[in-house]
Design a protein around this ligand. Sequence first.
Ligand code: HEM
Length: 460
Amino acid sequence: SECVSLSPMMEAVPAPPESERVCVFGTGDLGRSLGLRLLQAGYGVVFGSRRPHSRSSLLPHGAQVLGHAAAAQSAHLIFIAVQREHYDFLVPLANQLKGKVLVDLSNNLRKNQYPEANAEYLQSLVPGAEVVKGFNTLSAWSLQNGPSDANRQVYICGESVEAKQAVIAVATKLGFSALDQGFLSVARELEDFPLQLFPQWRLPLRISIGLSAAFFFYLLIRYVIYAYVTQGEDISFRIMVSLANQVCPIVSLIMLSLCYLPGVLASFLQLYRGTKYRRFPDWLDRWMLCRKQLGLLALGFAFLHVLYTLIIPIRYYVRFKATERTVSVIRENRTTEFDTTTAWRGDSYLSLGILGFGLYVLLGITSLPSVSNALSWREFSFIQSKLGHLTLLFCTAHTYLYGWNRFLSSSTYKWYTPPGYMLCLVLPSVVLLLKLLLITPCVDRTITRIRQGWERGADQ
Ligand code: HEM
């Protein structure tokens, strides 16, 4: 009798609720990895297949495989991990797909491959369903390995708020954070996103390549070509180390200044407007957003400068010259005086370079997500702003001391042009002067009040 009383109850236990079951169309790499992750997150997974009876052994264990129509009926949310060219198979399923949420995961091979976004095309094929574009920035690899710091974010867009919420809920359970980008018309942009190689690096990379090329040719003319034309001397071998060891630190110092200039400009803009509640111009926003990349590239160039400097003593040219000098001193029976000023100068500029480089590396390390995540905002901004400007100060002082009093002698200005290190001092000097103005007590007080929400003219 117990059995009899139990069995109706057993039957009353509902099948897993539909929302807990998710359907995946497409059994390729991406579909399988997504299915596996969904299973791991506790969802029931149904694969839709053309031939449900010949189940591939690659499909994740625990997933169900049904025909397309049956699979579509079994879940509210359906991931479409199929290439756009094969979307036609969905048209005859219009009835089963009515009211369902279709997540379009597709990507294209190049920009503007089709007249409309894949997700919009899908919506036009199945007008009764709610299409959400999303997850297309993820790879099968990142799905299998789980989200890491760098790719925790996924972007979605779509017309229906409820549909997007359903997708966000799944994304959250999988460990991703989904950012709603708006209506389906944004899909095109999202589909272009994975096609861009290092989008935030593009501008900083161009700047560094442009600066390197410009300074390389400038220095080539000033040293190598100048020596050839005026003295008939061939010093082209100097391109490899001497020239490189000027281009690298020069580009590094300019890029480091470019990293701190927008922050300083933004402070002055706030000071001028007397409020923090107005948006910065677009160019300034974009510039601020690539500061990390500018800084890391600058660090790379500084690193090369340090390596080039370390090999100076083992260079044939340097050893040859040093021996030659020693031999001539002995031959001519001269004595040389030790010059304390030169020693002070040399040691000071080297020491400032080392301190600058040490802080530079610290800045680079703390900009890595795994490190900066472990810091509070106060700690992070202390390091990136206070220590950042100190780094710029050390590196600038290193270069000034290296130049010393050479700006006074006319032989420095070959063909009436200033040497590279003088040119590269302009920008950091401006940034440091502006920063100095900003930290004078009266300006600093106003800036702090503005940052706390005070507005000029709002008191009256
Ligand atoms: C020049 C050493 C770090 C910027 C020099 C020179 C040396 C030197 C020996 C003269 C090179 C020559 O005569 O050809 C060092 C050492 C460093 C260091 C030992 C740290 C371990 C830095 C850093 C910067 C920097 C972090 C910042 C970007 C410069 C600049 C020049 C220079 C702009 C002038 C280049 C020119 O000849 O036009 N440094 N440096 N240095 N250094 Fe550094």
